[in-house]
Structure formats: C-alpha cells, structure tokens
Write a protein that binds this ligand. Structure first.
Ligand SMILES: *[C@@H]1O[C@H](CO)[C@@H](O)[C@H](O)[C@H]1NC(C)=O
Ligand SMILES: *[C@@H]1O[C@H](CO)[C@@H](O)[C@H](O)[C@H]1NC(C)=O
Ligand SMILES: *[C@@H]1O[C@H](CO)[C@@H](O)[C@H](O)[C@H]1NC(C)=O
Ligand SMILES: *[C@@H]1O[C@H](CO)[C@@H](O)[C@H](O)[C@H]1NC(C)=O
Ligand SMILES: *[C@@H]1O[C@H](CO)[C@@H](O)[C@H](O)[C@H]1NC(C)=O
Length: 451
C-alpha cells in the first residue's frame, strides 16, 4: 500500500516538474467534461528560438514575444472529451516552419471542455475579451494590426470574429477552419465571423451538413469536395468517434498541408459545386492566374483581387484525395465527336507513364452530351500527377446495363493539364470507343496552332 502511495507521489512529482519547465496544453479527463469546467484562458508562446517549449504569457507579461514580427493566434473549439487537439503541435510547427513569427496557442480547454456544446459556446465572448486585452498590450508595445493573424477552428473561428469586431476589422487576417454551425447558422454578422472582422478573412468549410457553418463568412470561402462529405472519412457511425469529427477536422488538415511543400491545392471560384464538377469554372490559365487562389496559408496573396469584388465575397470549390497531401490534379479532356446521333454518357480515363505508374479518373460528372463536331470539355481528376504520359486508356459508358451497346466516334481527343498549362497538350485523332470496352493508345503531341 505504501509502495503504491510513493509510486503515485512520484508520478505527480514528475508531472508537475515537466509542467514547470515546459508548459503544455491543458489535458482534462472525460470526467471534467461531464461535470463541466470554468473558463481559464492560458496563452502559450512558441517561437523559432523556442519551437517545442512554450512560454506562458499574459497581458501583463509578453515574455519573448517580439512585437515587430507577425503574431499568429491559434484558437481551438469545443472539446467534448477534454483531450488536447491532436493537430495543435503540427500546426504550431508548420507555421514556424514557413515563417519566423510568434505563435500563440490560445488554450481555453477549461471552458471548452464540457459535454454540453451550448456551455462551451456561451464562453466564446469572454475568451474574445481576454484576447482583445492581450492584443491591446501588444499594440502599446509597438505591434501593428497588419501583423496580427488569428486562426480559429470551429467555435474558435467565431471567437476570432468577435475579437476582430472589437477592433473594427483592423486585424490583419482571420482564417476560419470549419467555423461552428450549430447555434451560429443563420445568425446576424454581429453574432458570428463575418468578412468585415479583419482586413482579410478566409474560411474553409468541410462539414456544412453537421458541425460546420454552411453559408459564406469571409472574403473567400473554400468548399473542399463541396463542403459536405470528405473522402476518406467514415460514412457511418460504425467508424466510431471519427465519424463525428473527421469531416470537421479535415479543414485543419487541409490548411496544414498548405504549410508543407508536398503540393498546393488550387481552388476554383464558382457559383456552385455542381458547376465546378461540370468543368465550368476551371478556366484559369496563366493569363488569369490571380483568379484561381491557393487554399491555406498563402490564400492572402489573392487578398487585393478578392477584396475588389462587389460584394467582396467569393466561393471557391475543389476536390481532394482521401489522404495527405490531399492534392488532386486536374486535366481537361476535350472531345470532339462525329456520331450522327447525339450520345449521352460518361468516360473513365487512365493514364500510364513510362515507369508504369497508373492513375485513373472516373469523370463522374453528369452524363456528357456528345454532338457531332461540337467540343465537350470534361474535367478529370487524378490522384497522381504523371509528368510524362506514355499511354491513355478510355472507356465510354452510357450507364445502361441492358439494351444495345453504343459506340462513340471521336474526331479528336485532347488532354491538357490545368496545374501545368505549360506542359505539351496530348492528342489522339480518329478513334472509336465501343461501350464499356477499354481502348488503349499512345497519344501524340497536339500540333501547335500556327499564328
Ligand atoms: C524557452 O522557453 C523556456 C521555458 O519557457 C525558457 O526558460 C527559455 O528561456 C526559452 N528560451 C529562449 C531562447 O527563449
Ligand atoms: C502574468 O504572467 C506573469 C509571469 O508568468 C505572472 O507573474 C503574473 O502573475 C501573470 N499575470 C496575470 C494577470 O495572470
Ligand atoms: C525582433 O525582431 C526583429 C525583426 O525580426 C529583430 O531585428 C530583433 O532583433 C528582434 N528582437 C529580439 C529581442 O529578438
Ligand atoms: C510532406 O512534406 C513534409 C516536409 O515539407 C514531409 O515531412 C512529409 O513527410 C511529406 N508528406 C508526404 C505525404 O509526402
Ligand atoms: C512512378 O514510379 C516510380 C517507380 O515505381 C516512382 O519512383 C515514382 O515516384 C512514381 N511517380 C509518381 C508521380 O507517382
């Protein structure tokens, strides 16, 4: 018994010891979530000189925070189990990797931890007031509004909005990562994040049918995969806890991928996801590069362009892969048919490179309508970006299981990369696709247009 007592004391000693040297994010138990927690906001500073060991700061003690640098606040949301957010460490490291800045983790786990969402939500204004006081101190010390950036996740996005409102939109930037929907959907601008809350507000919506906010809230609103179900997330409750939070959290992981160098996700301004899927909004060639912004950290490079619009709000769509780095690569497949009669159907396309890598795209748009001598441009999405395509395979399908098999006669097929418009376009002339039968061929370089 005594032994056990010592063991436990030792554990406590070790714990409080590490707490003192390197403060960490508040870790609470599910028990705390059940009984509820009172609000306590802890601000933890990370810098390039102190990347892994935080310094606790407050409005009377700014610590090593260098006010001449950019300061990024990370504000989490509702914590129904009391655990620290799994992505927090990666986000801190990712930000410090891309820029020499101050990163301030706003730990309001005491307050956010409760099984009752409304209780967490009711504390958001108070958190915002505390942050406002902290920023006031930074300004006194010489910080500039332009350098203040807030990344708010879920409820945290509305907290950032409340801080921004108190400063009448002067903060440099707010990024909302799947801003909370429940209790906020349909609320007036003063009760939620709004494009007027900072000089630039960008938002990623990844769970608009459950935990996230549906309508646009920023100067640019990104809707990955339409904002509904994210690929790779469990579709049923059998997926356990992930079923509830996977779509919601995807906004954070997409943002994180923008801090790494694996790929950049281009988003396509469009009125609807459907139009994007049908290839109506992807015409941003080199000439109009500014019209197709990148998702994530670098989205503010499009700030001036986006703010000039009237109203200064843009919706942008894109699809993603199931897992990191999430990028998919868009190609246009332009087809000119020469069937006598109109054909309706869809096309599956496979690309293979010299090394034998294969990537496939089901162009699952609504059935395309192929008319004699008319060009149809289909948007194909691949998980891999094959630089040197050796062979292309096409399958045409009308989707009917019974009935006659149709042919699609193609006068010219052209494959062009959207991500790399400088790459040569690949062509194939005079081709007949038998329904549901794979046709494999080597494309040729399309002849250059004579000027
Ligand atoms: C890093 O953080 C620790 C703990 O807050 C502090 O003791 C130390 O002085 C910091 N180091 C630097 C270089 O800022
Ligand atoms: C702020 O932090 C300093 C240093 O950790 C501490 O001495 C002080 O009591 C804190 N002030 C408040 C208001 O929490
Ligand atoms: C603060 O940052 C500026 C510019 O990045 C730098 O010149 C200065 O030395 C820094 N101050 C301290 C105390 O590190
Ligand atoms: C992405 O890039 C980072 C470095 O920027 C690397 O650590 C990571 O392993 C890469 N991830 C993938 C999936 O390639
Ligand atoms: C293609 O395959 C080679 C060898 O199997 C591999 O090293 C390379 O990374 C692959 N390229 C792509 C774009 O996947």
């Amino acid at each position: 018994m005594l032994k056990l007592y010592f063991f436990i004391s030792l554990l406590c000693l070790v714990k409080s010891d590490t707490d003192e040297t390197c403060p960490s994010f508040t870790r609470l138990s599910f028990h705390s979530a059940v009984v509820g927690t009172g609000l306590n906001v802890k601000l933890m500073l990370y810098t390039r000189r102190n990347q892994t060991c935080a310094q606790v700061i407050n409005s009377t003690f700014l610590g090593n925070l260098n006010v001449t640098k950019k300061t990024t606040f990370i504000i989490h949301g509702f914590r129904p189990t009391g655990s620290p957010p799994v992505w927090m460490e990666d986000l801190v490291q990712g930000l410090l990797y891309v820029e020499d800045m101050n990163v301030v983790v706003v730990d309001w786990n005491r307050g956010a931890t409760t099984v009752i969402y409304n209780h967490a939500s009711s504390k958001t204004r108070k958190v915002a007031t505390i942050l406002k006081e902290f920023i006031a101190k930074m300004l006194v010390q010489g910080a500039s509004f332009d350098d203040i950036y807030m990344i708010g996740v879920s409820l945290g996005a509305h907290i950032a909005g409340f801080v921004g409102k108190m400063y009448k939109g002067q903060l440099g930037r707010i990024t909302g990562l799947d801003p909370a929907g429940p209790l906020y959907n349909g609320r007036p601008p003063e009760d939620r994040l709004d494009p007027g809350d900072a000089q630039f507000v960008d938002v990623i919506h990844s769970d608009i049918d459950a935990l996230g906010y549906k309508e646009p809230l920023g100067n640019i609103d990104f809707y990955p995969n339409g904002g509904l179900d994210q690929p790779g997330c469990p579709k049923t409750i059998l997926g356990g806890m992930r079923y509830f939070k996977c779509d919601h959290q995807r906004s954070v992981y997409l943002y994180l991928s923008s801090l790494r160098e694996n790929c950049s996700i281009t988003a396509y301004p469009c009125d609807s996801y459907r139009d994007y899927r049908n290839g109506k909004c992807v015409n941003c060639g080199i000439a109009q590069k500014e019209s197709c912004p990148l998702l994530g950290y670098y989205a503010d490079n499009w700030k001036e362009y986006l703010k000039q619009k009237d109203p200064p709000m843009t919706k942008a769509f894109f699809d993603t892969a199931e897992k990191e780095p999430y990028c998919i690569y868009h190609y246009f497949v332009d087809i000119i048919a020469w069937n006598k009669n109109v054909r309706r159907g869809s096309i599956t396309i496979k690309l293979k490179d010299k090394a034998g890598n294969i990537t496939e795209s089901k162009i699952n748009h609504e059935p395309a309508v192929f008319q004699k001598y008319h060009q149809v441009s289909l948007l194909a999405r691949f998980n891999q970006d094959l630089d040197k395509v050796a062979t292309v395979s096409l399958v045409f399908s009308t989707g009917s299981v019974i009935g006659p098999k149709y042919k699609l006669r193609i006068l010219r097929m052209k494959l062009r990369s959207l991500a790399h418009p400088e790459r040569p376009e690949l062509c194939r002339y005079d081709l007949v696709l038998m329904e549901n039968i794979e046709t494999v061929f080597q494309p040729i370089l399309c002849p250059e247009l004579l000027m």
